[in-house]
Design a protein around this ligand. Structure first.
Ligand code: ZN
Length: 212
């Protein structure tokens, strides 16, 4: 993550608890969300979606996701991320990736998009709070005791593994694909092979399939 964005976010977080604090948590979270969005665009290219973004994040008792209130796209996060900065950044960064190529009312994203979202979220959360991976690991270890959650986590692990198998320059590959005009949901086996001639059929098929 870009250093100036890291300090900008850290300042917002520090200010939230400091003297003379005047903005609401929602304003602060909105500002952090915009910074994460700028970072996503810098790393992976401009939005390729005509669906307008509705600013203002909502929270609920379920899992984070994007939704489409009145034909716009908006982020909904878990209640446990409200005001808890590390969790907020982790969840919000993931959903920010889904804003890039949002399509109205589409339920499943391709594996490559989920993998990029997962890698981006952990990178952003760690840049702000270096202890976050440890906290997350404990939380994930608890979740794995539930077979349904365990299966869900495994899918994301496998997605990230396939993405990382493209090599350390996977962010540049994704950026090149998207700046070439292809949104995440149109990435297919042929396109992946064009950009990564060494990719195996298994990985190309996995990354271009829907993560259901
Ligand atoms: Zn996702």
């Amino acid at each position: 993550m870009n250093q100036s964005r890291i300090s900008e976010i850290k300042q917002i977080i520090a200010k939230s608890y400091g003297p003379g604090y005047s903005s609401t948590p929602d304003q602060d979270m909105g500002q952090v969300a915009r910074i994460l969005f700028d970072e996503a665009v810098e790393q992976f290219g401009l939005r390729l979606s005509s669906v307008e973004i509705r600013e203002g994040i909502t929270f609920h008792a379920g899992v984070p996701h994007i939704h489409y209130p009145m034909g716009l796209v908006s982020i909904k996060l878990s209640n446990s991320s409200y005001g808890y900065w590390s969790t907020f950044i982790y969840e919000c960064a993931h959903e920010t990736i889904h804003l890039l190529d949002a399509q109205l009312n589409v339920r499943f994203a391709k594996t490559i998009e989920e993998a990029v979202a997962s890698e981006f979220s952990i990178a952003c959360a760690t840049a702000i709070d270096p202890s976050y991976p440890d906290q997350l690991e404990k939380h994930v270890a608890e979740s794995r005791l539930d077979p349904v959650k365990d299966a869900f986590i495994k899918k994301y692990d496998m997605a990230q593994e396939s993405l990382r198998s493209l090599g350390p320059n996977w962010p540049e590959i994704v950026r090149a694909i998207r700046t070439g005009g292809t949104p995440f949901h149109q990435i297919d086996v042929d396109l992946l092979k064009q950009h990564v001639p060494t990719i195996t059929d298994t990985v190309a098929l996995h990354l271009s399939s829907l993560q259901t």
